[in-house]
Design a protein around this ligand. Structure first.
Ligand code: FMN
Length: 406
């Protein structure tokens, strides 16, 4: 991870309900050693007072371009040059439109035009606003100009809606700035193949056998590996989440399709992470027509599916292979067994069925085991858990390369 000590960061705050979260972000940036100057739009000041940001940043807050006092101290051009990076959090739909079209009608939009620094945008708005074609067109314009768009996250919103549009959490924004400030990406020139989500094993045209996996952990891991500079291919079972930007997604349905997709994508892969909850068994026969209920017992013949993880680990030129284990009992014993039986390099085990964490939850805890070591990650949000696990995978992968076992 990059070091934010003495990084000179402008945090731009626009008029959105998420502005209160930016106060915590400023606190965390200062804690990480960054020098922070806060610039607020007029609308932002209706949500959080400049005094709060002054106290948290330790400096006067910049609110007005036509301010003779500020212009005589650090004028807007000097401020634009001072910054190593400029983060707009939250970025309102209106502000995104203004910078997409080159407006300079207030201090913050003027700084965006005048700064040579890297620009980061953390959009935050109602899900319907975010989905609006005008907003999406403006985001596309910014992406083409290589501005970094952080999020938005999905979930429950202040207005009561659920969907995409929540500002990323302060720790995620801090992480993104920190990674961007790293002098080099640890996984540059690395190809990472990840499986995520459940599989669906068809019984007849309307029924299938599946499991509770939501794909949250695998998708968060794909983003974490991408943030570390890897070229990421994600083989995903059916999930209800949008593909992460900057990642090649191969959509599959059954365990057999996932196996075929993985084997085909395996050439040149340096790290393989099998986080999908692949069905262990599939119906031996798929009925062409819907099975009718006739009151008698129905028996299904199930046959084992192919072992994706084991096949990758024992392939001709195996990548550094990381597996996942979800267990309801004897977590460590089963995880160690899987590590050895499948000859993989690392296993991330999580306890399921305890009420907290596991499938569908936003949070999880992990026991990660490799030959010669282990580490416990306490219960936390899956996004931050994925970042911690990604750091550990990079560390162990480097170790393997050095020890010549790859
Ligand atoms: C209570 C309230 C909450 C708002 N929240 C948001 C929001 O989350 N995102 C957004 O894009 N606009 C939001 N708006 C609308 C913006 O404040 C408005 O578009 C404003 O002009 C943005 O100005 P600025 O971009 O200069 O800060 C909200 C308005 C109100 C009254």
């Amino acid at each position: 991870m990059g070091n934010l000590a003495d990084k000179q960061i402008i945090v731009g705050v626009t008029g959105g309900i998420a502005a209160y979260k930016t106060a915590e972000l400023v606190r965390q940036l200062r804690r990480a050693g960054a020098q922070v100057r806060v610039v607020m739009t007029a609308a932002a000041q209706a949500f959080v007072t400049p005094l709060s940001f002054q106290a948290l940043s330790g400096h006067r807050v910049y609110c007005d371009m036509l301010d003779t006092e500020h212009e005589s101290a650090m004028g807007h051009i000097e401020l634009a040059r001072w910054a190593h990076c400029l983060l707009i959090a939250p970025a309102s739909a209106d502000f995104i439109a203004r910078i997409a079209h080159g407006h300079a009608n207030d201090l913050l939009s003027t700084l965006c035009l005048a700064t040579p620094a890297d620009l980061f945008i953390a959009p935050a708005m109602n899900q319907q606003m975010w989905r609006n074609a005008a907003v999406q067109d403006n985001i596309d314009i910014l992406k083409k100009r290589n501005l970094r768009i952080l999020g938005p996250a999905e979930g429950e919103q202040a207005c009561g809606d659920t969907g995409p549009g929540r500002m990323q959490e302060p720790f995620e924004l801090l992480e993104a700035l920190s990674l961007a400030s790293a002098s080099e990406s640890p996984l540059q020139d690395c190809k990472v193949l990840i499986t995520a989500g459940p599989t669906q094993e068809p019984i007849d045209p309307v029924r299938f056998i599946s499991n509770r996996s939501s794909g949250k952990m695998g998708y968060a891991l794909a983003q974490a590996m991408r943030d570390r500079g890897a070229q990421v291919v994600l083989v995903s079972g059916p999930v209800s989440r949008p593909p992460p930007p900057g990642i090649d997604v191969i959509a599959v349905r059954t365990a057999e399709e996932m196996y075929q997709a993985v084997i085909q994508a395996l050439a040149g892969v340096n790290i393989f992470i099998g986080s999908a909850a692949v069905a262990d068994y599939t119906p031996a026969q798929q009925y062409a027509e819907k099975i009718k209920k006739n009151g008698s017992v129905l028996e299904l013949d199930l046959r084992p599916t192919k072992d994706i993880l084991g096949s990758v680990a024992t392939s001709a030129a195996p990548p550094f292979t990381v597996g996942f284990a979800a267990e309801t009992t004897q977590l460590e014993k089963y995880a160690r067994g899987k590590l050895e039986n499948k000859q993989i390099d690392m296993i991330a085990a999580n306890q399921v069925g305890t009420g907290r964490g596991g499938f569908y939850s936003d949070e999880n805890s992990l026991l990660v085991i490799w030959k010669g070591g282990s580490q416990v990650f306490a219960m936390q949000n899956k996004v931050s858990l994925a970042q911690r696990l990604a750091d550990l995978i990079v560390e162990r992968y480097d170790e393997h390369k050095i020890s010549g076992s790859l």
